[in-house]
Design a protein around this ligand. Structure first.
Ligand code: PEP
Ligand code: MN
Length: 353
């Protein structure tokens, strides 16, 4: 990691980057008001650190001890904040993503979109390719589900988030969604991570069922190293010996991740607990602990949901939960992203690739 002197010029930064490239390494520059930091990655261990260090425009050359670099706070000391369909992610405002586990029908996703929007959500979630434990369970509607989501988006103005399970699905997904979700089971699908790293669409990366915080950051590094810097990390509970809940929420992961990385960190209280009754408490805890957002399963009729009904909130319970979460956000000097006016805004769907 090369720390440039505070007043380093663009020309000087480019000269350093060139030197890095001449040595068969790749350079990523993080330039901001406080100065520039150049992250250097690659396998050539003979980079002339002393030569670089001797340049007057270079303040310091550090060997990175973490196995991830672009994801680290050392490379990017300020929080990553990026615009997303009319609001920002990673800043003071907390966005809420909500919707059913699966898109089940046109009526169901439209009703869900209208209900979560009325309660104050900022984006709509819904799976059209579902990673089910049994190959005989509902696997998702596929493309027609994406069309229904696009319709729900057009009606409500809410941007849409859906899980991509394989590289083969990627071109189709990019035509429809505003944010891709990489599910817990695919967190270490490195070829999928590389493929989404080549796009410029925001990626919600869920923590694997048995992944450590470092495993999650290494997975994010795959996406970042492809040049896609819009990665959102998501804690969704991990496997432990506890059976009272579907997973165990690792609340610790929020402050730990916030210390180690500049990337936004959100929490999914639905998969983390597996029971609608516990979702509001864990959602409040997440925001109190510093989460930058929530992704929550909400269904107009949870009892008849085709997947994850037990952990899905009704629209009324979701609205009640958001009122509590809003108060918690304000107590920790944050606020919820204000709900959109009813006019659909210009959206990004289909503009990625
Ligand atoms: C989901 O969001 O519906 C889902 C399958 O989540 P996870 O990958 O966290 O299990
Ligand atoms: Mn689900």
């Amino acid at each position: 990691m090369i720390i440039m002197q505070p007043g380093a010029t663009r020309e000087e930064i480019d000269t350093v980057i060139e030197t890095v490239h001449e040595n068969s390494m790749t350079a990523y520059a993080n330039v901001n008001q406080e100065g520039a930091i150049i992250g250097v990655v690659g396998e050539n261990r003979s980079l002339p650190m002393d030569v670089l260090e001797a340049l007057p425009c270079v303040k310091d050359v550090l060997a990175v001890t973490e196995p991830y670099e672009l994801a680290s706070r050392r490379f990017h000391p300020q929080d990553s904040v990026f615009p997303f369909c009319g609001f920002t992610i990673g800043g003071k405002e907390i966005p809420i993503i909500a919707g059913p586990c699966s898109v089940e029908s046109r009526e169901q996703i439209i009703a869900s979109a209208q209900a979560v929007k009325a309660a104050g959500a900022n984006a709509l979630r819904g799976g059209v390719y579902k990673p089910r434990q049994s190959p005989y369970s509902f696997q998702g509607l596929g493309e027609i589900g994406l069309e229904y989501m696009a319709e729900a988006r057009a009606l409500t103005g809410l941007p849409v988030v859906a899980e991509v399970m394989s590289e083969a699905q990627l071109p189709l997904m990019l035509k429809y969604v505003d944010m891709l979700q990489i599910g817990a089971r695919n967190m270490q699908n490195y070829s999928l991570l590389r493929s989404v790293g080549e796009t410029r669409i925001p990626v919600l990366l869920k923590r694997g069922l048995s992944a450590t915080v470092e495993d999650l950051l290494m997975a994010a590094e795959y996406i970042l190293s492809g040049g896609n810097d819009r990665v959102i990390l998501c804690e969704r509970g991990i496997r432990t010996f506890e059976t009272a809940t579907r997973n165990t929420t690792d609340i610790n992961a929020i402050p730990v991740l916030k210390a180690r990385t500049h990337l936004p960190v959100i929490l999914d209280p639905s998969h983390a607990t597996g029971h609608a009754a516990y979702v509001p408490a864990v959602a409040r805890a997440a925001v109190a602990a510093g989460a930058d957002g929530l992704i929550v399963e909400v269904h107009p009729d949870p009892a008849h949901a085709v997947s994850d009904g037990r952990q899905s909130l009704t629209p009324d319970d979701f609205a009640r939960m958001l009122r509590q979460v809003k108060a918690v956000a304000e107590a920790v000097d944050r606020r919820l992203v204000p709900p959109k006016s009813s006019l659909p805004l210009k959206l990004n769907g289909g503009a990625h690739g």
